[in-house]
Design a protein around this ligand. Structure first.
Ligand SMILES: NC(=O)c1ccc[n+]([C@@H]2O[C@H](COP(=O)([O-])OP(=O)(O)OC[C@H]3O[C@@H](n4cnc5c(N)ncnc54)[C@H](O)[C@@H]3O)[C@@H](O)[C@H]2O)c1
Length: 279
């Protein structure tokens, strides 16, 4: 994948690079010659990444904590002195259930993890992005749920929709300096957060080809490919927008109720595919 992209001399920071989509983006940019840094809140994942990719700078830290964000900026300044690309990858639905059952703390946590930290991390790194401008950029990992409703994940859906507005407005602010701001919106992608065997048991997969037009769920590399494109000069006239990495799912779209009253976005052939809690 990286053969046609050369990011030698470029400095890239990916939040949450330990596993999943973030890890794949780390691998893609390191493979394309970039110097890569990540911040990871799980020590076991940070250690594994250090062991497997010793050239990647791995910081222990939580992007929802201001002190850790300050330390991240300091480390990026010290190690890189500039930033060509920030990838806001961290995000997590965290809690699943009807809105009225969520505690205030749950609501705050989901909003902070999926939107507030993205704005704060980006804000803190604009001075370093400016040092690499024109040509530097921000990519945030959103979700297909920013573009359709998702029952039982209302705050997550709202936060991801917020990424769309954040991306559009910041793109306008930074365009005069040649800093581009875009987003990637994946449909279900096989990562530790959404391990398919858990989310969608094999017995429910018979009609996958009728659900996802391209006939499969995503792999983390699908998003990494979009990130390489959005960071490269091939997308030099692209800003303020979102690439849907979804196998055509948004084009097909639509959530449906099963006869049992549960939510599903699978065609009503064999009942519910995602086994949501009752409600
Ligand atoms: N996997 C999917 O199907 C899917 C679908 C739509 C959107 N997304 C979005 O893609 C992004 C990546 O998702 P994923 O499935 O790869 O997740 P994941 O949970 O598998 O991986 C996320 C990584 O970030 C780290 N992390 C989480 N919170 C952190 C924090 N506060 N500070 C530092 N590190 C933190 C985790 O330890 C992990 O290494 C998220 O923004 C998610 O919302 C994923």
């Amino acid at each position: 994948m990286s053969a046609s992209f050369d990011f030698s001399g470029k400095c890239v920071l990916v939040t949450g690079g330990g596993v999943g989509i973030g890890r794949s983006i780390v691998e893609a940019f390191a493979g394309a010659g970039a110097r890569v840094m990540t911040i990871e809140h799980r020590a076991d994942r940070a250690d594994a990444l250090r062991a497997e990719m010793p050239d990647v700078l791995v910081l222990d830290g939580d992007v929802t904590r201001s002190a850790d964000v300050s330390a991240l900026v300091g480390e990026a300044e010290r190690a890189f002195g500039k930033l060509d690309l920030l990838v806001n990858n961290v995000g997590d639905f965290l809690v699943m259930g009807p809105l009225e059952t969520m505690s205030e703390d749950d609501c705050d946590r989901v909003l902070t993890t999926n939107l507030t930290q993205v704005m704060k991390v980006t804000r803190a790194l604009i001075p370093l992005l400016r040092k690499a401008a024109p040509g530097s950029g921000v990519i945030s990992v959103s979700s297909i749920e920013a573009f359709r409703g998702i029952p039982n994940c209302v705050v997550y859906g709202a936060a991801k929709a917020g990424i769309t507005g954040f991306t559009q407005s910041l793109a306008l602010e930074l365009a005069p300096e040649g800093i581009r701001v875009n987003a990637i919106a994946p449909e279900t992608t096989d990562t530790p957060q959404l391990a398919l065997d858990y989310v969608l048991p094999a017995k429910n997969r018979a009609h996958l080809d009728k659900w996802i037009p391209l006939g499969r769920f995503g792999q983390p590399q699908d998003c990494a490919g979009a990130a390489l494109y959005l960071a490269s000069e091939l997308s030099g006239w692209v800003t303020g927008t979102t690439i849907h990495v979804d196998g055509g799912a948004l084009a097909a779209s639509g959530w449906y109720r099963t006869p049992q009253g549960q939510w599903t976005n699978t065609p009503l052939i064999s009942g519910n595919a995602i086994e949501f809690p009752e409600g």
